[in-house]
Design a protein around this ligand. Sequence first.
Ligand code: ATP
Ligand code: 4MY
Ligand code: MG
Ligand code: MG
Length: 362
Amino acid sequence: MAGSEKRFSIGYALAPKKQQSFIQLSLINLAKERGIDLIKIDADKRLIDQGPFDCVLHKLYGDDWKNQLKEFSVENPNALIMDSPEAIERLHNRISMLQVVSELKIGAEREATFGIPKQIVIYDAKTLLDPCSWEGLKFPVIAKPLVADGSAKSHKMSLVFNRDGVSKLKPPIVLQEFVNHGGVIFKVYVAGEYVQCVKRKSLPDVTEDKLESLEGSLTFSQVSNLTANEKSDDKYYKMMHLEDAEMPPQSLINEISKGLREAMNLHLFNFDVIRDSSVGNQYLIIDINYFPGYAKMPQYETILTNFFWDILHKKDSIIDDDLTNEGNKSDDSGKISTRRRSFDDGSRKCVTNIVSEDGDGS
Ligand SMILES: Nc1ncnc2c1ncn2[C@@H]1O[C@H](COP(=O)(O)OP(=O)(O)OP(=O)(O)O)[C@@H](O)[C@H]1O
Ligand SMILES: O=P(O)(O)O[C@H]1[C@H](OP(=O)(O)O)[C@@H](OP(=O)(O)O)[C@@H](O)[C@@H](O)[C@@H]1OP(=O)(O)O
Ligand SMILES: [Mg+2]
Ligand SMILES: [Mg+2]
């Protein structure tokens, strides 16, 4: 079938800033060469009136958008929704976001271990000021807004050194123990089966003596997302040498990525990992983000185009198989061989269950 390869279209619905960084001409052109047209979804029109799309790629918030996706899925049952809004929503709350890490079952026999820092959630001021609620949590702690909805507010954090810093906090918040990690954070980008781990600068360690001299709390926002210029203005960042930091074991990163991808039913996300300096081989996951800044990865155009190509062709072969199998779901020998797609509240997942039962055991 050379020369007559089928073309696919992906509609994208992204906030202006995301669109600007992600939808580069280089990505559009590479995808086009591989038979994939990236088409902007007009946010001022109903989604259902646009298309046709083989896939809808999106990072938008709100019930109206969720309803539009649902409506679109009903009308276009073969279109992929990348990813399902219900699956994405798990990442909009910093408790449910990390709960999934605690549930991962990954091969026990390895030198490195992984988990999440100790944390509690505080919903109101009364609980915040009650010392009993803090029991078991050690200073310093990071106070993070409970909601992670992409707003500037949801990225505003405080590093709290002692009780004096507590009263200023505004619940609902998650209080997470600050773990010294040598000022280096690992960001793991996942796009389907593709995994890339990069190093970024993080918050510096807080030593015991520093802790005693520091007052109350310190606020900050998106440290690992600062531009090179912003970092080089700072004395601390000038001292840091990212090259010297050892990477986490690749096999561990791959296993966590696969475990998270499957457990969350998401294809596009990244997660932040730190290495506990006091232990050495203990890795902690502190944040998971839906559809992160892929454009920061070198060669992101190739990585994302390959990913799009894979999911579109996988979807297409499932549909072709379904059509071929229509007539032989149950033949005379009693063998049943069919493929069943999973749906999640009306939106299609990319998961396929293959059901095959041998009636006669042959
Ligand atoms: N438990 C922790 N111990 C030590 N440092 C932490 C911890 N939690 C967060 N940090 C530091 O604070 C930064 C911001 O935290 P986090 O990643 O949770 O916020 P975010 O606003 O969701 O970030 P992103 O821009 O990646 O979405 C991290 O990149 C890291 O430098
Ligand atoms: O552009 P967006 O609004 O999606 O910003 C995302 C940002 O990507 P960008 O580089 O494209 O800004 C991500 O950076 P990296 O982890 O990849 O460094 C991370 O900060 C996400 O948390 C942000 O998503 P949000 O949490 O705000 O929804
Ligand atoms: Mg983060
Ligand atoms: Mg985040």
